[in-house]
Design a protein around this ligand. Sequence first.
Ligand SMILES: Cc1cc2nc3c(=O)[nH]c(=O)nc-3n(C[C@H](O)[C@H](O)[C@H](O)COP(=O)(O)OP(=O)(O)OC[C@H]3O[C@@H](n4cnc5c(N)ncnc54)[C@H](O)[C@@H]3O)c2cc1C
Length: 443
Amino acid sequence: MGKRKEISNWGRYPRIEKKESLFDNIPVLDGFLSDADTLIARGMGRCYGDSSLGENIINTASFNRFLAFDDKEGVIECESGVTLDEILQVVVPKGWFIPVTPGTKFVTVGGAIASDIHGKNHHIDGSFSRHVLSLQIKCSDGTTYHCTPTDHADLFSATCGGMGLTGIILSAKIRLKKIATAYIRQKQLKAPSLDKLLELFNIYQDYTYSVAWVDCLSKGKSFGRGILMLGEHAEEQEVKPGVDTLKVHKTPKFNIPFNFPSLVLNKLTIRLFNTLYYLKNLREEQDSVVHYDGFFYPLDNINNWNRMYGKRGFFQYQFVLPLDKLDLLKEVMLLIAKNNKASFLSVLKVFGEQDGVLSFPMKGYTLALDIPYDPHLDQFLDQLDLMISEGGGRFYLAKDARMKKETFWQTYQQADKFLEIVNKYNPGSSFSSLQSQRLGITS
Ligand SMILES: Cc1cc2nc3c(=O)[nH]c(=O)nc-3n(C[C@H](O)[C@H](O)[C@H](O)COP(=O)(O)OP(=O)(O)OC[C@H]3O[C@@H](n4cnc5c(N)ncnc54)[C@H](O)[C@@H]3O)c2cc1C
C-alpha cells in the first residue's frame, strides 16, 4: 500500500490524510484486495466530494492500456484508468467521438462508468452506460466477472452508477459515435427569463446537444435569464476550407498556480460575472461552427480552476426534478436568488430515461450550481434537500459531499435492489467510501 498523504477531489472538500495505492497489473491488485478490509477505486478525482475517498484508496492511473480499437465499427476497448482525453486523441483522427461526455475530458473510463456520467445529449442518447458493450470487474473474493447488459446483467446495471461499490472495474468495451468532423455547429439563444428559457428547451428538444447557462442571481423580471447552447456534429462542408477537419484538442494553456483568497469570489464578483456573461452575447440568436474542445470542455483550458474557490473549497449542488415539477424548480431557484447563494456556474439540462439501478439521471430538469464553501451553507442546503426530495427529485452522488442518509434512501428508489446486488457479488462488502458510509450504503 502507498504512503499517507492529503487527498481531496475536485470540490476540495473534504480533505483527508490517507493512503493511495497504484497498480499496473492484476496480481498487485489481488494483493491489495487480500490485504485490506475495505477499498475504494479512484480515477482522476474529478468527482466533487467523497465518492472516491476511503480508508484504502486504489488509484487506477497506471492501469491505462488500450486493448483494441476497431476503427471500422467504432468500438474501443481499454483498461479503466484510460481517460476520455486519451481516447479522444486516438479516435477523433479516425472519425469517431465519445458517445456521452461530461463537462471535462479529464475523467477515467472507470470513473465514467461508476458515476454513469451524463452529457448534454442525455435526452437523446442516455448515460455513458448505454454505450458500454461489456465490462470486466473484480469483486471482493478476487473473481473477475465479464458483464454485459444480458450477461451478469444485474452486476452490469449496478456497476453503472454504482460509485465503485460493486468492485474494481478493470476494463470496458465502448461503442463510439461516428463524426464527419471534429467541429460542432453551435446555436446560442438568449432567454431574458426562466419561462422563456424553458420554452426554448421545448422548442429545440430535437437538438442532440443542449445545455443552458442560467444567471441564478438575477431577480424580478429577469429572474432565471440565461443562454441556451445547442449543438450538432458539423459536416465537412460546414467547416472552413483549409482547416484540418479531424483536428484533436490541444493540451491546456493556463494554470491557476495557487488558491485565490476567499475575498476574490464573493457575492459582488459573482453577480458581476453573471451580468457580463449574459451581456456578452449581444444578439438574441448566434450561429457558429466551433471545435469540440470549446463546446464540450470550456473549463479544461485552465488547469486547477477549482483553486479560484480558495482554500476552503466549494460544493457542487446538482439535483434533478421530474418534468411536471417546474413550479418547484422555480421555487428552489427563487430561494437561491433570494439568499444570494452565489454561483457563477449554474447549468440547466434536460434528462431522458434512467439507465443503471443507481444512475442519477431520470426524466426531468437538472440544475447544477457551484457554491463556495461556508460553514452556514449546510442549513440552507438541507432546506433545499427537503423541498427537492419531497418533490420526487434526487441528487447526483458524483457531486455530493454532504447529503444526509435519510435523503439518499428517500430519493434513490432502487437503493435496496442495489444493495442486494452488491451483497450477492461482494458478501461482507469490501468496497466502501466515505460517502457510502455517510449514506449508510456500507457500514
Ligand atoms: C469540471 C467538471 C465537469 C463535470 N461535468 C460533468 C457532467 O457534465 N456530467 C457528469 O455526469 N459528470 C460530470 N462531472 C463529474 C465527473 O464526470 C465524475 O465525477 C466522474 O466519475 C469522474 O471520474 P474520475 O475518473 O475522476 O473518477 P473519481 O472522481 O476518482 O471517482 C468517481 C467514482 O468512480 C469510482 N471509480 C473510479 N474508477 C473506478 C474503477 N476503475 N472501478 C470502480 N469504480 C471506480 C470511484 O470509486 C467513485 O465512486 C464533472 C466534473 C468536473 C470536475
